[in-house]
Every structure is written in structure tokens, then in C-alpha cells.
Design a protein around this ligand. Sequence first.
Ligand SMILES: [Cu+2]
Length: 259
Amino acid sequence: MKASLEMLNHGASIIPMLLLQWATPSNGHYGFPFVEVDGVMSERWEYVRPSGSFAPNWDYSGISAMCGENATKPLFPIKTLKVEAGKTVTFGASGQKAVPESDSRVPFDPTFGIYHEGPATAYLSKAPGELADYEGDGDWFKIAAVGASDGMNWDVRQTANINKLHFIIPKTTPPGKYLMRAEHLNISPFYKGTQMYQNCAHLEITGSGGGKPSPTTKFPGAFSAMDPGIWLPNALERPYEPLDQLKNWQGAGPKVWQG
Ligand SMILES: [Cu+2]
């Protein structure tokens, strides 16, 4: 399954891929159902809004691109992670475990690795009230983009065997309750070939604030299939020498707000 998925990824046809989605769950795809709390990995869906599926999202402009399938509201109550601005939030990855994924309670498996290649990003959106009621229809801003720090190879790739994504909350982020969206792309130079994986945690950010996050975007609509951060130009797929464009990758959507 793994090998065939990789081959499909570099072939133009996504139709067999769509059919594979109906097969039983495997480690072929992934999501981010965990966060670390004081250095210890949480339980599954303890702080992360459950989503229905870890199959790749190709509807870049649709609502599933926000927090995953069926995640505009928490499917059941979850906790809120308290974090001080300036500190790091760490998401833990998992392969597919159940249909729907929200039914699984399988704990974090440290031997799992994200085997696709592409940029990782994080976004925040402040809830006007309680997070349990917030459907994510407010403003979103990007706080981090992890690209190819050597200008050639995506930092998050198969050979790096990464199962955690680390993102720093900018120091001047206004305090409040936030949805935090973690995303990894299996990026492709083929039109509508890029696979998107995303989940959202409930966060309460503390600190003195003072920043004015910008630019912002909205879900649905944050991305387009034509966005060069989604539809990777061919020249960037396998560069022969380090490229500043990959080194300074900001990905699809708005530029990173530094705080
Ligand atoms: Cu996959």
C-alpha cells in the first residue's frame, strides 16, 4: 500500500487514489490527534477536535481544509490546552485507525513517522466566545511555516521519520481562546495532486499580548488549487541545488505573522 501510494503520488492520476480511500484504514495517511502537555503526549482527541477521516483532503477551498472532515464543531467535548505566548505547541501524528477516526482511542505510537514530503504550517483563529461553540468562521492567521531548511529537502519527509510538529506561539499573540490548526502537505507538481492533512486543537493563550495578527484569511476559501503553495511549480519538486524559495517557503495562504 505504501509503495503504491508513493507511486501514485508521483503519477498524474488521482482516481485510483480516490478508490483506495474506500479500503480499510491503514497507515497510508495520517492526522494530528495529539498534543504534548508539559512534555507528555496527550490522549487521542483529548485536546484536538476530532475529525471524521485522515484520508487526504483535496478540496483545498472547502470547509474540510480547516480542521478536517466534520470538524467545524467538536464531535464530543475536549479539553483546552493552556499555553503562554512565546512557548512551543507540539502536535503528535498518527496513521489511520478507525472509520470514523473520531471513534479511535489508540494512544500515540512513537514508531509512526510521517512518510509524505512537504511543508508544515500552523494557523490560529480567536474564538469570540467558548471554543466548543466556535465554528472557525472568524479570521485565521499563519504563525509558522516549516519548509526545506537546506533549500532542497522538505524538513518533514519520509527519511526524517518525524512524528511531531513543533510550532512557536508568537510572543505578542493577544491572549484568548483559539483554534490552532496544524497542517502538513504531501506536496505535488501535479494539478490537484497535493494532499492536505490538518487538525485543530483548542488552546487558551496567555501572556501580555500587544500584537496585531495579520494578514488574515478565512475558511472555507483560504486556498485555491492554483495556489503555487498547493500546486508546486515543477522546478521546485526535485531541485539539483539549494533554492532560496524552498528555504524561505511560506506555503499556501497568507504570509507568516511573526508577532
Ligand atoms: Cu497518504
